[in-house]
Design a protein around this ligand. Structure first.
Ligand SMILES: [Mg+2]
Length: 98
């Protein structure tokens, strides 16, 4: 792996962490709670961090033609994930999720 690709992977990991942080803020304070420091809602912050994640993925796609993180999105796999989440949401409700 070359240094630039490794750098892109580090940025991707950092951005995933930033997205995770915003998701936890939305869980703690609500999707539409406004951060008084930025004036942004938590959902807007999540969108921004998601764009940062995709940007890091596109950087990696440009660096290594074999990577293809963004260029080839498997929408069937995306839909399968939505179905799986719905399935496990129902199961978690049965187990006491509010
Ligand atoms: Mg970011």
């Amino acid at each position: 792996m070359d240094a630039k690709t490794k750098y892109g992977l580090v940025v991707l990991a950092e951005e995933l962490g930033e997205l995770q942080k915003e998701v936890f803020k939305a869980i703690r304070f609500g999707l539409y709670d406004v951060n008084p420091k930025t004036g942004q809602t938590n959902v807007d912050a999540m969108r921004d961090e998601f764009c940062d994640v995709v940007g890091a993925m596109e950087f990696l796609d440009k660096e290594d033609a074999m990577v293809n993180l963004v260029d080839i999105i498997d929408y069937q796999a995306v839909q399968n994930k939505v179905v799986k989440i719905e399935h496990y949401y129902k199961y978690s409700q049965e187990r006491g999720w509010d």
